[in-house]
Ligand binder design. Structure first.
Ligand code: SAH
Length: 238
């Protein structure tokens, strides 16, 4: 095992996560592809190995195990350079994932990663959530929808909840003070058929980085009028 693989293994173990050797080597490969492509394309502000492991890899997977185990089909909305979708896919290689983004260049990079890492059951969808949320192939068809650093919760709920099956989950990655954001999103979450089931707050191991996962269950179908047309969920949140 290389030093880099060993480092990831140790860091993940602190979070009670035990990636196998294939997963460890894939994470290291993903790191190298990411920093290499980052020289010619804006993918990440963080490039130091230790920092990428903590702030991108561990942050993407921490605290999700019970939801991942249950989910059959997973969507990462606004995946950017592949977070949280790619590290999760590497940890749960058997689960079908869709990584969605409105920026084609980033998805092209992720397709290169997919090929290099020999991952299957991983597809990419280019477009805006406001449009794709009405697409029959995707609407109310995921058990789990994840999103990190895409929009504030009121806006994000309109982008994400239409994709979730009734009984499934939308999990929003947040940090800092989330009380106000939650309050502002209460109306939107309800209007879209969701209900806040839990807010899991924790610190990433060996760090001062706090993270909240907002766990929203889809209780009822989303009305046909949602999501509204592209740009509206951001301009005038429900
Ligand atoms: N989730 C990643 C990237 C965050 S940047 C991370 O945590 O690092 C936000 C990403 O969301 C960008 O790549 C942007 O193209 C995408 N995005 C923003 N609004 C979107 C929308 N309405 N539909 C689809 N993708 C969107």
């Amino acid at each position: 095992m290389t030093d880099n693989e060993k480092y990831i293994k140790e860091q993940f173990a602190k979070a009670n996560l035990y990636p196998d050797e294939i997963a460890l080597s894939r994470l290291v490969m993903f790191y190298h592809l990411l920093v290499e492509k980052n020289k010619v394309m804006n993918l990440t502000g963080i490039t130091e190995f230790d920092e990428v492991v903590q702030k991108h890899f561990l942050d993407s997977v921490y605290g999700l195990d019970e939801y991942m185990e249950e989910a059959e089909k997973i969507l990462d909305l606004g995946t950017g350079a592949g977070f949280p979708g790619m590290p999760l896919k590497i940890l749960y290689p058997e689960k079908p994932f869709v990584l969605m983004d409105s920026l084609k260049k980033r998805l092209n990079f992720l397709e290169e990663v997919r090929v290099a890492l020999k991952l299957d059951k991983l597809t990419f969808e280019h477009g805006r959530a406001e449009d794709l949320g009405h697409d029959k192939r995707y609407r109310e068809s995921f058990d789990l929808v994840l999103s990190r650093a895409v929009a504030k919760l009121s806006t994000l709920s309109e982008l994400c909840l239409p994709f979730v099956k009734v009984g499934g989950y939308f999990i929003s990655f947040k940090s800092g003070n989330i009380e106000e954001e939650l309050e502002q999103a209460a109306n939107a979450i309800k209007a879209l058929g969701g209900t806040v089931e839990d807010v899991n707050k924790f610190m990433l191991p060996d760090s001062d980085i706090s993270r909240s996962l907002i766990i929203i269950r889809k209780a009822k179908p989303t009305k046909k009028q949602y999501p509204r047309k592209a740009g509206t969920p951001l301009k005038s949140p429900l």
